[in-house]
Design a protein around this ligand. Structure first.
Ligand code: HEM
Ligand SMILES: *[C@@H]1O[C@H](CO)[C@@H](O)[C@H](O)[C@H]1NC(C)=O
Ligand SMILES: *[C@@H]1O[C@H](CO)[C@@H](O)[C@H](O)[C@H]1NC(C)=O
Ligand SMILES: *[C@@H]1O[C@H](CO)[C@@H](O)[C@H](O)[C@H]1NC(C)=O
Ligand SMILES: *[C@@H]1O[C@H](CO)[C@@H](O)[C@H](O)[C@H]1NC(C)=O
Ligand SMILES: *[C@@H]1O[C@H](CO)[C@@H](O)[C@H](O)[C@H]1NC(C)=O
Length: 524
């Protein structure tokens, strides 16, 4: 009991215990930003005034679009009945075409982020992350990120505030979303640290600027439109602001002016006087904003970087040989040619094995605030002895996840004989090695696809015990299943296929959602 409590608290200090497919996926999309094994999102905000959708200098920024998209997705929330909120309903054409969602920033953002969702990371999670990355990577404070948002299957009711509405409507609107008047001032100032109002969707607020350094004619909220800072407040208080929702020629659409001055400027004055207060207030409000989800949605714990994180751990049976390969990320660590890293693994019969690992790359996150060093391993394992868990030795220091080790599952995995036919309809045959004695009641191939409203879904195909009952070696038998190419987009995306076995009422998944990266042609 004492030991269990101790392990649980160590685990909590380090975030969570690896492996955990959902938390591993959320952690990666959150922290593997630049360099080795980067997830390919941050390139859209490097530099922060990058706008990939038109010629530059456009006056626009992907970072600003992402923050506004997250807000407009959340702003449909009704705190009384728990409907709406961060659920990616902003992706529906019906919502995008409402007057309250004028501009093309929403479709631009959705087009970038749809591809990054998967069975563990919803589209709404990626939209929350989009805001967080924009703020953190462009000069702002770090923001707590939780996963587990659920994507809506249909549009939400309207409810995004618009600049021509009066102050009371805005107070009521933010109250419905779950925010007080003071929080409204904060959230608007925090959001309007980025971007501005563009001429095309708001011609009555911003004239055509005819400015070759601002091709999209955007009147910015402050002088640093792609950088998080309190200039939105200092410029407002000093009376030098060019914010088109404060000093616009038509007072009816000066909503920021009405909102910022609605408490006699007290909040804006405090923000202007303290960049630290502004940053910490925004970190709290942005986190609450993206965690505003429809009632019943259960978010995960705050995702923290794992200090030591195995990734892409694969066991593949190649003839009689079991090949173990993978990588490990050491967080907050720079490259060091003198560092000695090795993998220790335990087998089923009490043995421990050691292999040297070699540096495979470096990476960084949060605009270079964190660096990490990656190391790779690739070794053969005796199939009979198998493998139960891994540990790592870094210059003599043991990294074993607080004593629990890094569990490796050798009960099921793909074999190299998996292949794909070349003649139409193309059929993929997935051969799975099943450890003798495991006796699964059921084995399924899980393929990740999208439903008709783009939500990631998992489609299963049964895998049966091979009719020939091939004994692969003393330790494993072959099971086999086929999938016919449906012509669906991503029908055979190899990374989308994982295996799951049901054993004694429990699920076993091939380690970390293991997959084959390439299917060779089947022999004819
Ligand atoms: C009463 C509340 C609000 C009103 C009336 C309002 C209004 C507007 C308007 C008219 C634009 C110009 C959009 C365009 O030109 O495409 C804009 C841009 C923007 N808003 Fe708000 N907003 C409000 C609250 C917020 C909040 C709470 C956030 C975030 C937390 C936010 C974030 C942004 C961002 C980042 C942009 C710049 C978008 C870009 O440059 O692409 N807004 N807002
Ligand atoms: C929010 O939900 C409550 C309870 O269903 C409802 O009475 C109220 O009209 C809703 N508010 C808006 C603005 O739709
Ligand atoms: C708030 O500050 C603005 C800008 O300095 C100023 O024009 C306005 O009069 C102030 N409003 C109040 C109520 O103090
Ligand atoms: C990063 O590592 C250094 C020592 O190498 C340590 O002093 C620092 O606290 C670590 N930072 C974080 C955020 O873990
Ligand atoms: C591991 O080594 C084996 C044998 O050299 C090779 O066939 C395989 O491609 C390697 N795997 C990885 C992931 O590098
Ligand atoms: C096993 O996984 C399937 C599919 O994800 C799920 O429906 C089922 O509830 C799981 N069973 C257990 C015992 O966790």
């Amino acid at each position: 009991m004492l030991i269990l409590t101790l392990l649980a608290s160590l685990g909590a200090a380090n975030g969570y215990i690896w492996p955990s497919p959902q938390l591993d996926a959320l952690e990666s999309i959150r922290f593997d930003q630049d360099g080795h094994r980067a997830q390919g999102i941050s390139v859209f905000i490097e530099p922060c005034d990058l706008f990939v959708f038109s010629a530059s200098p456009s006056g626009r920024a992907d970072s600003a679009d992402w923050i506004r998209t997250a807000y407009h997705d959340m702003a449909t929330h009704n705190a009384t009945d728990g409907t709406g909120g961060m659920d990616a309903s902003i992706r529906f054409l019906e919502e995008i075409s409402r007057p309250e969602n004028a501009g093309d920033g929403f479709s631009n953002t959705i087009n970038v982020f749809l591809a990054h969702a998967n069975r563990y990371v919803s589209i709404a999670d990626t939209l929350a992350l989009a805001l967080i990355m924009s703020v953190e990577n462009c000069g702002g404070p770090e923001i707590a990120f939780r996963g587990g948002r659920v994507d809506a299957g249909e549009p939400n009711a309207p409810g995004v505030p618009e600049p021509q509405q009066d102050l009371q409507s805005h107070i009521d609107s933010f109250a419905r979303q779950g925010f007080t008047q003071t929080e409204m001032i904060g959230l608007v100032a925090c959001g309007h640290s980025f971007g501005g109002v563009e001429h095309a969707p708001f011609p009555d607020i911003v004239p055509d600027l005819n400015d070759p350094t601002n091709l999209k004619s955007v009147a910015h909220f402050d002088s640093t439109f792609a950088h998080f800072d309190n200039n939105v407040a200092t410029e407002y208080i000093s009376g030098t602001t060019q914010n088109p929702l404060v000093v616009g020629s038509n007072d009816i659409t000066n909503s920021d002016k009405r909102i910022f001055s609605s408490d006699g400027n007290a909040t804006m004055l405090a923000f202007a006087n303290s960049p630290e207060l502004f940053a910490s207030t925004c970190a709290t409000l942005f986190a609450r904003m993206v965690d505003t989800v429809p009632r019943g949605v259960q978010l995960t714990e705050v995702i923290k970087p794992l200090p030591v994180k195995p990734d892409s751990v694969q066991l593949v049976l190649n003839g009689g040989t079991l090949q173990l390969s993978g990588e490990v990320r050491f967080w907050n660590t720079t490259a060091d040619p003198n560092r000695v890293v090795s993998l220790l693994w335990d087998d089923h019969v009490g043995g421990t094995h050691t292999v040297a690992m070699k540096a495979s790359g470096t990476a960084s996150a949060v605009a270079g605030r964190y660096t990490s060093a990656w190391y790779a391993f690739n070794s053969t394992v005796d199939p009979v002895a198998g493998i139960t868990s891994m540990r790592f030795l870094v210059d003599g220091t043991l990294e074993d996840q607080g004593g629990v080790g890094f569990a490796v599952q050798d009960g099921i995995f793909f074999t190299k004989t998996s292949c794909i036919t070349s003649q139409s309809p193309r059929t993929a045959r997935f051969d799975v090695a099943v450890r003798n004695g495991l006796n699964p009641t059921r084995l399924v191939l899980e393929q990740e696809l999208r439903d008709n409203v783009n939500r990631p879904i998992v489609v299963t195909t049964e895998i049966s015990s091979s009719t020939q009952s091939v004994a692969l070696n003393d330790a494993y038998s072959l099971w086999s299943g086929s999938v016919v190419d449906s012509g669906a987009p991503g029908g055979f995306t190899p990374g989308a296929h994982t295996i799951r076995a049901e054993v004694g009422g429990l699920n076993i998944t091939a380690n970390g959602g293991q997959f084959l990266s390439l299917l060779p042609p089947c022999p004819v």
